[in-house]
Design a protein around this ligand. Structure first.
Ligand SMILES: [Zn+2]
Length: 180
């Protein structure tokens, strides 16, 4: 299979590998920053202009197929922002390596064209060989859940451990209102 043309592909692969070698710690999931209204009639968040609550820094990821959200303090967010950026870089490099590999396979096999197909699994959601229909369902469910309150299934969330979070900035003593 190897031919003289492999040289440029090998160089491209080496460049990706070098970039991968430079990556530091990586955190899965995504960050959403929200400012909210609490719904109490005389609160400043109903004034004009409103003084909204927050910001609430929500870290959302998938654990065992479930969407898990945890609040980060501004200090935590600042401390780990680079780790989230590293994870995005890692996904981009992985996609680059896959595209390069597909091109190489097509060239080596003499295929005029190779369809890239589905890109790498989005973010942190693992794909475990589930059949297509259920895979399609699991892709839509998390997005739906993300628009709702903090998952009560998350044992570490402010929802279930209010005392643990009571001293943190932005905590209002109950589940977040995520609509504002
Ligand atoms: Zn309010």
């Amino acid at each position: 299979m190897p031919t003289p043309d492999d040289h440029s592909a090998a160089q491209a692969r080496a460049a990706i590998a070098a970039a991968l070698g430079q990556i530091g710690f990586t955190l899965p999931g995504s960050i959403t920053i929200r400012r909210t209204r609490c719904g109490k009639p005389r609160c400043a968040c109903t004034a004009d202009p409103p003084a909204l609550h927050g910001p609430y820094i929500q870290w959302t990821r998938t654990v065992n197929g479930k969407t898990v959200t945890r609040l980060l303090t501004p200090a935590q967010y600042e401390a780990y922002a680079a780790w989230f950026a590293n994870a995005r870089r890692l996904r981009a490099l992985a996609a680059e390596l896959e595209a390069l590999s597909l091109t190489e396979m097509a060239r080596a096999e003499g295929w005029a064209k190779i369809t890239p197909g589905t890109p790498a699994p989005p973010r942190t959601r693992p794909v475990r060989g589930a059949p297509a229909p259920s895979a399609a369902r699991t892709r839509t469910t998390p997005n739906h859940l993300k628009r709702r309150e903090i998952s009560p299934l998350n044992p570490g969330s402010a929802h279930q451990n209010p005392a643990k979070y009571a001293g943190q900035q932005g905590f209002v003593g109950g589940p977040l209102q995520v609509r504002a």
